[in-house]
Design a protein around this ligand. Structure first.
Ligand code: ZN
Length: 140
């Protein structure tokens, strides 16, 4: 089930160059993490009840580098929080929507994530994310 907006992903050329804007807004970077399987370095910024996720390419083959080459920096995706990403993934498939991966994969913070192709959403790259703590009921 979808529970709300988890975060908004923003493609940036450089987290270091982007951060003064958010600091001027009085927001703080909570953590910076590398997600090599996605080719990105990610900064999480708490913003009220949600987060902004700054995405910086780790190399020229990163999907973020390709996105910036094509469209420039800016909003990259919208992420909805799920309490059961596998069942939401199945429901989307059953509805005929095009998901990007054969099954949910591990993203930043150990969350299980799936993406829905913009062709299926009217132009939005949609991420579904189930936080790590909730994907393991034993909390290890
Ligand atoms: Zn994201």
């Amino acid at each position: 089930m979808i529970r709300g907006v988890d975060h908004i992903g923003i493609a940036v050329r450089s987290i270091d160059e982007a951060r003064p804007l958010y600091e001027a807004l009085g927001l703080e970077i909570e953590r910076i993490e590398e997600v090599p399987q996605e080719g990105v370095r990610v900064a999480f910024i708490r913003c009220g009840g949600t987060h902004l996720e700054l995405l910086e390419a780790m190399g020229p083959d990163s999907p973020i580098a390709k996105h910036i080459d094509k469209r420039g920096p800016g909003i990259h995706h919208l992420c909805l929080g799920s309490d059961d990403v596998r069942s939401d993934d199945q429901r989307l498939r059953d509805a005929g929507l095009q998901v990007l991966r054969p099954e949910p994969t591990l993203g930043a913070g150990g969350a299980e994530v799936q993406f829905v192709h913009p062709k299926s959403t009217g132009g939005i790259l949609l991420e579904l994310s189930q936080p790590a703590a909730e994907s393991d009921p034993h909390g290890s």
